[in-house]
Design a protein around this ligand. Sequence first.
Ligand SMILES: C[S@@+](CC[C@H](N)C(=O)[O-])C[C@H]1O[C@@H](n2cnc3c(N)ncnc32)[C@H](O)[C@@H]1O
Length: 219
Amino acid sequence: MRYTDIDTIGKRYRFKTNLPIIGDKEGLLLTSYQSASEHTAKRILRKLGKVPVLELCCGVGGTTVFLAKYLPHIYAVDINPERIRAAKVNARTFGVEDKITFVVRDALDEGMLVQARKNGVQVVVSDVEWREDLGLSLSETTPDITKTIPSTPILFEKVSRLVTKNLAMHMAANSNKEQLRKLGVCEIEEMSYYGKVKFVNVYYGRLVNKEGISSYAMK
Ligand SMILES: C[S@@+](CC[C@H](N)C(=O)[O-])C[C@H]1O[C@@H](n2cnc3c(N)ncnc32)[C@H](O)[C@@H]1O
């Protein structure tokens, strides 16, 4: 596959670093903001300390490289081998390749989740596909969290049972909040950029500051 870079697709504002982040076009359009990734890493550090992290649906590693800046080890999983290949290049560019183990696997694979637990993982970060059909445009995100790819309630159940109850999920801004609360006590953090909510971070377990809705302004 031919990769492109974040400048070419016009998403440089998501990253404060000048380092090149590469990947397939859609993978780059799906990357999180640096400010949001560092914010998630800092909350994990503050609430749980320097713990190893399992990141599910890591894509081209736009979040992974910033988690690795603050935390000792990241097990980063995506089902798409081309994205993992790009993520490895990005990890090298950021000088964090020694802190990341990349795995091509289904996020719902129970063997992988059990192994993560054995590796000492104490927190899981996820960023599933927010569309119910990958043929839809990126903005057509589903409010129904059972229809994300993979299904959020199934992922939540497996992670809580096999790995940990400490979860940080990056979810679409229009995600159904009732469904998110039904999974467990949570904090839903609205992540805004210049006053517009772009997505939400949903925290469970020991990552919760205060149950309910909070907000964070990304830079
Ligand atoms: C929103 S993107 C993640 C973007 C990533 N957080 C970043 O900053 O680059 C969602 C990712 O989920 C992956 N994915 C979809 N279904 C999956 C599954 N069943 N298991 C693992 N990864 C999956 C896709 O390949 C895609 O890269």
